[in-house]
Write a protein that binds this ligand. Structure first.
Ligand code: GAP
Length: 445
């Protein structure tokens, strides 16, 4: 058997639409550029990914959760540097009028239009990536608020609230999942870069002087998280930011990159943000944000080690990583291709499919009853249409680890056949023992 992994994004985009993972936003109106909706299976997958991240963070006894508002006081974005500095240089091609980022189109100092190849472009202008809106019924400058471009600031401005209410001692972290918005000039590659996306960020507050050690610790922790998720190790790597790439707040930064079908790209950023954010918020709000270290009897502004990953980007990596085609040849030499989404069971949108062999009672009754029982513990699909072979293939294509078949013998032996997605082996299991069997198989898949 030959196994082929994903090497073009179009194949995945098509599967995602066909099987209910991801749809183009507002599709019946012609779509909205770079916005995507998660279908029923995509929504499950995303929830599973978020849960894995949130649990990995908050099961530690030195991290707590937060859910801050998207809209924040406009001065937050002055303090954070986003009003003045969160912009990209834009140029227009004089030949085809294409508008694009100057920095990404510059090779050996020459800017080349990515659409037509011309090198004559306008002077560059700074374009701020924050979405603006107005609060209240009057549209005037004084009512301007921004859709947050990162979730991190919600954590910084709540540092004092969390530390006090939760009686936290440094070092400790705050973890948050939420939507962010950036008016990206060149969104693309499906859900990789979009204008509305979800971030999973954790800010870890440490004593100055211990920051470099914590930075190394977090690099290891995050690397192991991805391995634990089941991403292939040869598809992951670290990439250090050089001095020119460092964000305005960062003392040091590493990206965790994943090899997508369109190349190695950033999945997560790990930053040493020093005390930049807390000192800026202290300055702009006039409120003291220093931490009093009782043991050392000293006051200081904590440094921050940040780990920040896009949830949509991680879901895309999980989808790319899971896709495989198993090609076999029959005696006549003709090829048979089995498409499998090889998710780790915890990420699979559907854990178990219940498939009665016939559309007739009593098999359907037994099947529906089983579906309802199993659905108390897992996401379950029930399917009685098409041949059993076709139904197995459908479940393989959405990554369902186990299929439970109710057949004509079930009526007499009160047992069902359970088929394993990867090995395609089948076990006969008593219905009375089915839950325990499934629970064990999903853990030791
Ligand atoms: N608080 C730090 C911060 O926001 P970032 O590197 O700009 O750092 C962190 O963003 C992560 O958020 C990225 O590694 C990426 O996974 C995700 N992300 C950023 N912009 C995105 C976009 N336009 N679309 C999808 N994900 C994005």
């Amino acid at each position: 058997m030959q196994v082929k992994y994903l090497n073009d994004l179009a194949t995945l985009v098509s599967l995602c639409k066909r099987r209910g993972f991801v749809f183009q936003s507002s599709e019946i109106y012609g779509g909205l550029n770079s916005c995507w909706d998660y279908g029923p299976l995509g929504a499950n997958l995303k929830l599973n990914v978020k849960l894995a991240w949130y649990q990995a963070m908050t099961r530690r006894d030195d991290i707590v959760g937060l859910d801050a508002a998207i809209l924040m006081h406009p001065t937050v974005w002055k303090a954070s540097g986003h009003v003045d500095g969160f912009s990209d240089p834009l140029v227009d091609c004089k030949k085809c009028k294409n508008r694009f980022r100057e920095d990404t189109a510059k090779v050996n100092g020459v800017v080349t239009c990515p659409r037509c190849g011309a090198t004559e472009v306008t002077e560059s202008r700074q374009f701020n990536l924050m979405f603006k809106t107005h609060m209240g019924p009057v549209e005037e400058d004084s009512n301007v608020v921004y859709l947050r471009p990162e979730t991190a600031q919600g954590i910084f401005v709540n540092f004092e609230n969390v530390a006090t209410s939760m009686r936290r001692k440094i070092p400790f972290g705050i973890a948050q999942i939420g939507k962010s918005f950036r008016n990206e000039i060149t969104p693309g590659n499906f859900t990789f870069r979009t204008r509305e996306f979800e971030q999973m960020e954790m800010q870890f507050f440490v004593k100055p002087g211990t920051d470099e050690e914590w930075f190394e610790t977090w690099k290891k922790v995050r690397w192991n998280f991805y391995l634990d998720m089941g991403l292939r190790e040869n598809k992951l790597r670290f990439s250090a930011h050089g001095p020119k790439e460092l964000a305005h707040y960062a003392k040091a930064a590493f990206d965790v990159q994943y090899e997508f079908p369109f190349g190695w790209q950033e999945l997560e950023g790990i930053h040493n943000r020093s005390d930049f954010d807390l000192s800026q918020h202290q300055k702009f709000s006039g409120k003291k944000l220093e931490y009093f270290d009782e043991a050392a009897k000293e006051k200081y502004l904590p440094f921050v080690i940040e780990t920040a990953v896009g949830c949509d980007r991680l879901c895309l990596a999980v989808l790319c990583d899971a896709y495989r085609e198993e090609v076999t040849k029959d005696e006549s030499g003709s090829e048979d291709v089995r498409v499998v989404m090889g998710f780790k069971p915890r990420f699979a949108p559907i854990k178990v499919a219940v498939l009665p062999l016939s559309k007739k009672e009593p098999l359907t009754n037994i099947g529906r009853e089983l579906r309802d029982k199993l659905a108390l513990d897992w996401e379950v699909d029930y399917d009685e249409t098409a041949s059993i072979g076709k139904r197995y293939r459908r479940q393989d294509e959405i990554g369902t680890p186990l299929c439970v078949t109710v057949d004509f013998d079930t009526v007499n032996d009160e047992a069902v056949t359970v088929r394993h997605r990867d090995k395609m082996t089948q076990d006969r299991v008593k219905i009375s023992n089915l839950k325990a069997y499934i629970a064990e198989k999903l853990i030791n898949f």
